[in-house]
Design a protein around this ligand. Structure first.
Ligand code: 13P
Ligand code: 13P
Ligand code: MG
Ligand code: MG
Length: 364
């Protein structure tokens, strides 16, 4: 019987500012997930924080887009918002953009990444948790994992990967999707996913077996709200080994601190720093953006783990690189390319400032 691993996440209030999550909010998340396991809704579940975002990792047999599972997550976020309000945390309920749950978490603010799978005799998965960055940030690492033989040796030397992977790409503005096959359509794929503010990789599939290899959350808060309300802070789930890249191939892209959208006020480019969960508290200029990776073995749907995969000195160079890149970009202050380009600023201060100054512009 297919099982589902759902990661549903939201920022429901930060401690202090947007830097981290208060232990009481996380404790409530953990209690409620444990209760859902006892009540039989979930086979297993865990709650974790990356920065000020709460990530619910839920294993169940209700299928993807299950109203019951989504409703449970929504109610948990509402209850957590009450705790955040009581403690006067920053931005309590920040990502809850609708007044009431209406069947699915998508379009309501929280992000979701769900994989339906037939559990293999050994099923290693990695759950990635991002903070201070946008949906689409996984485009480049997914490309490296599933299409770049300089990253993933298995694409060349393992028969199970040699048939390549297909990328499902979402146009987040037009609400359309396309599937592109790698390796033969790599150049076409890159035209789109090289522009992650518009095109985000939703899913990656092994072409030989049809199995889902990876999923990321592509929900864009600013497009739902029509204004800046905080960053998407995406999640991703990646299956590893066998017909998928090995664990080390899945982590290898993060040995570079890729430049992503986010950082202060969600309006700057900054380096994506891989850290253990204990260091995923972006404080300097509300950053640099963070990425944490929790590894699990699934055993009859139970989450055996987590292992904190970036708690490893082999990512020290990426962390040092992130600090160097952050220092350099910060010197640009309000100038591009540290500040986001104009079309992305549409969702921050530009409309208000442009309206205020409208009458002051004259023909040259
Ligand atoms: P405030 O105006 O709420 O301080 O906004 C700054 C910020 O942190 C953006 O989310
Ligand atoms: P979050 O999206 O993590 O809440 O960050 C918002 C922000 O504006 C940071 O400066
Ligand atoms: Mg926040
Ligand atoms: Mg956040």
């Amino acid at each position: 019987m297919p099982r589902t691993l759902s990661v549903i996440k939201a920022d429901i209030g930060g401690y202090v500012g947007h830097s981290a999550m208060h232990p009481e909010v996380l404790a409530l998340g953990r209690e409620q997930v444990e209760r859902a396991v006892r009540d039989g809704l979930l086979i297993d579940g865990q709650a974790h924080a990356c920065g000020d975002d709460l990530f619910l990792i839920m294993s169940h047999d209700q299928g993807q887009d299950s109203e019951r599972v989504h409703h449970f997550a929504w109610d948990l976020f509402i209850a957590g918002t009450e705790v955040a309000k009581k403690l006067h945390l920053y931005g309590a309920g920040q990502d809850l953009l609708v007044d009431a749950f209406s069947g699915n978490i998508r379009g309501a603010g929280p992000g979701s990444a769900e994989v339906e799978y037939e559990e293999r005799p050994s099923e290693p998965v990695i759950v990635f948790m991002g903070d201070k960055t946008s949906a689409g940030a996984f485009n480049l690492p997914f490309y490296k994992m599933f299409a770049d033989p300089f990253n993933t040796a298995g694409l060349v030397i393992a028969e199970s990967l040699h048939g390549g992977f297909a990328f499902e790409v979402h146009d987040v503005k037009e609400h359309k999707k396309i599937v592109l096959n790698c390796p033969e359509e790599i150049y076409d794929l890159l035209v789109f996913i090289g522009s992650p503010a518009r095109y985000a990789v939703k899913r990656v599939v092994n072409r030989s077996t049809g199995e889902i290899a990876a999923v990321s959350s592509t929900d864009k808060l600013s497009l739902i709200a029509g204004r800046y309300v905080g960053k998407d802070d995406p999640a991703a789930v990646v299956r590893c080994q066998g017909t998928f890249p090995a664990v080390g191939e899945v982590l290898e892209p993060f040995t570079t601190a890729w430049i992503v959208e986010g950082f202060m006020r969600g309006s700057h480019y900054g380096p994506w720093m891989p850290t253990p969960v204990a260091q995923a508290h972006p404080s300097r200029f509300d950053g640099p953006p963070r990425i944490a990776a929790l590894g699990f073995q699934l055993a009859d749907g139970k989450l055996v783990g987590p292992r904190d995969m970036f708690d490893d000195p082999s990512f020290d160079n990426a962390r040092a690189e992130a600090n160097r890149v952050a220092d350099h970009l910060r010197k640009h202050g309000p100038f591009e390319p540290h500040r986001l380009p104009l079309d992305e600023m549409e969702y921050t201060t530009m409309p208000a400032v442009a309206a205020k100054m409208k009458a002051r512009w004259s023909e040259m």
